[in-house]
Design a binder for this molecule. Structure first.
Ligand code: KIV
Length: 266
């Protein structure tokens, strides 16, 4: 199988075809994801919660991200690998360049940063330096203390307009991809209508080009009530881990996932 690149995702977007993305943190799951033809792997800083057991993503360091990125890269020669820049690793452009270089050396193909228009210069500098960037908008977990909790974003008109402006600024600065988390389906549809680069959603409805879920969530491993957009693909598949990944990939491709009940109203 030919490895997935940004070019592959741009082609899929042009053809109106959907792509799959899962978070992953180690070589064994990464191998199973290659076997299931998962298009994109996100080495997410969610590892701070689901692997390290913290209550948020804030304690995760660049060294943690590089360690897990290298493990995933060793296990998966197929998927496009996107690594999260952890909390405060891109507070200024110089810091961002150093941190991003470490993640790319560990095996990432692009990096993801949480934030809006204020990141435009950093996006420009990273891109100029050969590092493609995905900008994460909507619910940005590294800002949980500013947001006052993990809640749906962009519900009022001012917040929706701000998000649309942030998306536009990110693309103008050269962002190669956008990711929207926990926003109303109607707002994600508006972003998609203006978005020339691949758009990944989580809790953002069916209009995005790709869908991402956290590995543990989609395997049914969570404490308490899962978020509305989570679906247990281990139960939906053939009972195997690789089967769960294949089921997710197929349901994203043919539009069965996300269903209307997985989205949020405005
Ligand atoms: O870290 C992560 O897993 C993420 C996803 C929730 C998109 O950023």
């Amino acid at each position: 199988m030919k490895p997935v690149t940004l070019h592959t995702l741009r082609d899929l977007k042009q053809q109106g075809r959907r792509f799959s993305c899962l978070t992953c943190y180690d070589a064994s799951f990464a191998r199973a994801m290659a076997d299931a033809a998962i298009d994109v792997i996100l080495i997410g800083d969610s590892l701070g919660m689901v692997v390290q057991g913290h209550g948020s993503t804030l304690p995760v360091t660049v060294a943690d991200m590089a360690y897990h990125t290298a493990a995933v890269a060793r296990g998966n020669p197929y998927s496009l690998l996107m690594a999260d820049m952890p909390f405060m690793s891109y507070a200024d452009t110089g810091t961002a360049l150093t941190a991003a270089a470490e993640l790319m050396r560990a095996g990432a193909h692009l990096v993801k940063l949480e934030g809006g228009a204020w990141l435009a210069d950093t996006v420009r500098q990273l891109t100029r330096g050969g590092i493609p960037v995905c900008i994460h908008l909507g619910l940005t977990p590294q800002s949980v203390n500013v947001l006052g909790g993990y809640r749906v974003q962009g519900r009022d008109e001012a917040a929706a307009q701000q998000l649309l402006a942030d998306a536009e600024a990110a693309v103008a600065a050269g962002a190669a991809m956008l990711l929207l988390e926990c926003v109303p389906t109607s707002l994600a549809q508006q972003v998609q209508a203006r978005c020339p680069v691949p758009l990944i959603g989580i809790g953002a409805g069916p209009h995005c080009d790709g869908q991402v879920l956290v590995l543990h969530d989609m395997l049914g491993i969570h404490h308490g009530k899962p978020a509305r957009f989570v679906k247990n693909f281990l139960a939906a598949g053939d009972g195997s881990i690789t089967g769960a990944f294949r089921q997710f990939h197929n349901e994203v491709q043919d539009g069965r996932y996300p269903a209307p009940e997985h989205g949020f109203a405005g």
